[in-house]
Design a protein around this ligand. Structure first.
Ligand code: NDP
Length: 295
């Protein structure tokens, strides 16, 4: 198959590496040097425009910050719709929002393209290992066409409902992740101030009912070590919590705790900047308390 991948960011790049191994690939990135670097390292052609990337492609994959950037790439003389062939499959791996994706799907349908939202979970490590979970929203026929393509980087491909269902699922997942980061940070900082060493506290927590992926993996590997590797921007997590809160509003569900998580993560983003990693939200808790979770 001929594939096009647009958006070679922290997670898009390793996903595209797997697509390049399975299919004939053209890549496009806003900062063109990154697409050229990719093509120098992997079997792929660097395209100068979205139109050029998608020309002749059977499948088009996008992985951009939000659905807004995806929608913006559709139009214009160099846009996706100017180059895509009727019958092509458009799979958006952005952690986007359901409403914008439904609008994108309608525009695609009018141009003869099949669309599915396909956000991923598993982080940059999961992308490198091709073990991502892919949360798919779309009609059954489109999802069956998408499955073999998504298997290039995905281990679990879950069809969750119509267009937008994948985004809703991803947003709720990430809001729960954000809540967990904040809660584990607050609890551990209090324990350290109370005289319990951070690692001892985590060992007991992880053998007890309060444990989570955050306490079992993320905090020991990235916070206690002080490593804070840059894998997923806090700004993107803040965006995800915002999408989750919109899903709750759309469905008429009250979410007082998630609303509060949204405020706290938004404030952390404002304090730490657009390039901070998501686990650095814990630094804000540490600073307020005057202790660090290291050891
Ligand atoms: P990055 O910030 O690392 O990369 C963003 C990508 O989008 C870059 O290729 C960037 O291009 C491009 N881009 C930004 N703005 C525009 C624009 N206006 N027009 C065209 N391209 C643009 O993000 P990630 O790769 O980390 O994330 C991508 C998506 O995947 C997000 O929705 C995120 O929430 C989601 N995600 C990320 C995970 C992770 O672990 N990083 C995990 C799961 C989901 P340029 O190089 O020019 O800046």
């Amino acid at each position: 198959m001929k594939a096009a991948f647009l958006g070679l960011g922290a997670i898009g790049w390793p996903m595209a590496v797997h697509v390049a191994r399975a299919h004939e690939l053209a890549v496009w990135n806003r900062t063109a040097a990154r697409a050229r670097d990719f093509a120098a390292q992997h079997p792929a052609r660097a395209a100068a425009t979205p139109r050029e990337a998608v020309a002749g492609a059977d499948v088009i994959l996008t992985c951009l910050p939000t659905s807004r950037e995806v929608a913006a790439l559709l139009d214009g003389p160099d846009g996706i719709l100017a180059g895509a062939a009727r019958g092509a499959l458009f799979l958006d791996c952005t952690s986007g929002d359901p409403a914008t994706s439904r609008a994108i799907a309608a525009r695609c349908a009018a141009a003869g393209l099949a669309f599915a939202d396909c956000p991923v979970s598993g982080g940059t490590n999961g992308a490198e290992a091709a073990t991502l979970t892919v949360m798919v929203g779309g009609d059954a026929a489109t999802v069956e066409r998408a499955r073999p393509v998504l298997q290039a980087f995905g281990k679990r491909i879950a069809h969750l409902g119509p267009v937008g269902a994948g985004h809703a699922m991803k947003a709720v997942n990430n809001a729960l992740l954000a809540a967990n980061i904040q809660l584990v940070g607050e609890g551990l900082v209090a324990l350290v101030k109370a005289g319990v060493p951070a690692r001892a506290a985590l060992e007991v927590l992880n053998a007890s009912s309060g444990r989570s992926f955050v306490s079992e993996v993320l905090v020991p590997e990235r916070v206690l070590t002080g490593a804070f590797p840059a894998t997923f921007r806090l700004a993107l997590l803040d965006k995800d919590v915002g999408i989750c809160l919109q899903v709750l509003r759309d469905e008429g569900v009250a979410g007082p705790l998630l609303e509060r998580v949204g405020e706290v993560i938004h404030a952390a983003r404002a304090a730490l900047g657009e390039d901070a990693d998501y686990l650095e939200a814990i630094r804000v808790v540490e600073r307020q308390a005057g202790v660090e979770l290291r050891g």
